[in-house]
Design a binder for this molecule. Structure first.
Ligand SMILES: Nc1ncnc2c1ncn2[C@@H]1O[C@H](COP(=O)(O)OP(=O)(O)OP(=O)(O)O)[C@@H](O)[C@H]1O
Length: 374
């Protein structure tokens, strides 16, 4: 079956003008999102994840400038399938025709995206009324349905609640319901789970996945936690210093990682046998993007760096049709560099754990509570 491409980003570069110079936040990013699939963008703080998706939404701050690239989006307009470069739209056109309606975003902190002065029902209905002029009665019924879809019990009585009357987990569900209200075909989740505790995180992820199965929506997940990605993504893109430095299917990135930065992220991920206090985050800090990049920006933190890394930034080396990584370790004449032993053991553990999932509900098992809610 051929996959249907929904979003295709090519050579996207974005810089910000600041009082101390130009910040090259995104450098030559390529991404493809397919219908019904989930694409993850993973990387430490400041790697350019949010700036990339803000460019998709047309909400870059005014000091931001697109230096190069295209963001082609394929969608239905007046019953016809069209492909347009979103970067050709003005901010106003994006707000009117694309944002919320076709591409919706769920932000990190539910409190900042909810209006404390408006009740939940009106907040969910607002998008339907603005984008589709849905009659009030119909919008109301759909809002109740959406509340049920996101697992809010007693949906009808919740419609008149205000955000402060709800728990953190419920607020996050409301934000998702608002995002889904206008039937978008792309949902962007910018670390939707960080403000929540681990059990709620798992539930929200289950929820988005189940909605995805029902609606065929495509999802972009932004996170610094590779663990989150394992359960939900089809494709994983690892970002560092404004560039995608490894991309592949979830199995390729988890079981055959080739970039030492991805190795570091995998080792920093808690698993059943690694106690959280024993986890090591990658030593050092990401580079200051105000400085011009010379060589591989990861080199100063990379114990496997080669001499060439100090001079030349590596290109993307092809590993398979779907798997690429930007590290000189993949060059033909590079010295052999096997996976660190600790990581190898961890990958073996992950594979064994994964086998236990075979035969269960696709990739993830639903909690009883969620099953009851759906
Ligand atoms: N308006 C702005 N002005 C100047 N620099 C900016 C602006 N917005 C973002 N940046 C810079 O762009 C780079 C990428 O930021 P971005 O927010 O995309 O990172 P991120 O990977 O999403 O991090 P986080 O996980 O913390 O959200 C950072 O160096 C950041 O300081």
């Amino acid at each position: 079956m051929t996959k249907e491409k929904v979003l295709s980003i090519r050579d996207l570069s974005i810089a910000f003008k600041t009082s101390s110079g130009l910040v090259n936040a995104v450098r030559g990013v390529n991404l493809d999102l397919y219908k019904g699939e989930t694409l993850a963008i993973v990387g430490e703080s400041g790697s350019g994840k949010s700036v990339t998706v803000k460019a998709i939404m047309g909400i870059l701050s005014n000091n931001g400038k697109i230096k190069s690239g295209t963001i082609e989006y394929t969608y239905e307009e007046n019953g016809e399938k069209v492909t347009k470069n979103l970067l050709d739209f003005s901010k106003k056109e994006m707000r009117k025709n694309i944002n919320g309606k076709h591409i919706a975003m769920v932000f990190q902190d539910p409190m900042t995206s909810l209006d404390p002065t408006m009740n939940i029902g009106n907040q969910i209905m607002e998008g339907m009324r603005i984008h589709y002029k849905t009659p009030k009665k119909e919008a109301y019924a759909k809002a109740v349905e959406l509340l049920e879809l996101v697992g809010i019990t007693d949906a009808e009585s919740r419609m008149s609640n205000y955000p402060h009357q709800l728990s953190g987990g419920m607020r996050q569900r409301i934000v998702i319901a608002i995002a889904l209200a206008s039937d978008p075909d792309v949902l962007i989740c910018d670390e939707p789970t960080t403000a929540l505790d681990v059990t709620i995180q798992a539930k929200i992820l289950e929820l988005i996945q189940s909605i995805q199965r029902k609606t065929g929506i495509s999802v972009i997940y932004i996170t610094h936690d590779l663990g989150v990605v394992a359960k939900v993504a089809n494709d994983v893109n690892v970002m560092y210093a404004g560039r995608i430095i490894e991309t592949g299917t979830v199995n390729e990135v988890f079981y055959e990682p080739r970039h030492p930065y991805t190795w570091g992220l995998l080792l920093a991920m808690p698993d059943l046998e690694t106690k959280a206090d024993k986890l090591e985050s990658i030593p050092g800090n990401p580079p200051n993007m105000e400085h011009e990049v010379v060589g591989d920006p990861f080199a100063p933190r990379n114990p496997y760096a080669l001499n060439i890394d100090l001079r030349l930034e590596p290109p993307m080396f092809k590993i398979s049709e779907t798997h690429y990584a930007a590290t000189w370790l993949l060059a033909e004449d590079a010295p052999d560099c096997p996976l660190p032993k600790e990581l190898q053991e961890r990958i073996e553990r992950m594979k064994r754990e994964d086998e236990r999932y075979v035969g269960t509900d696709e990739t993830y098992t639903f909690s009883e509570e969620l099953k009851a809610a759906l």
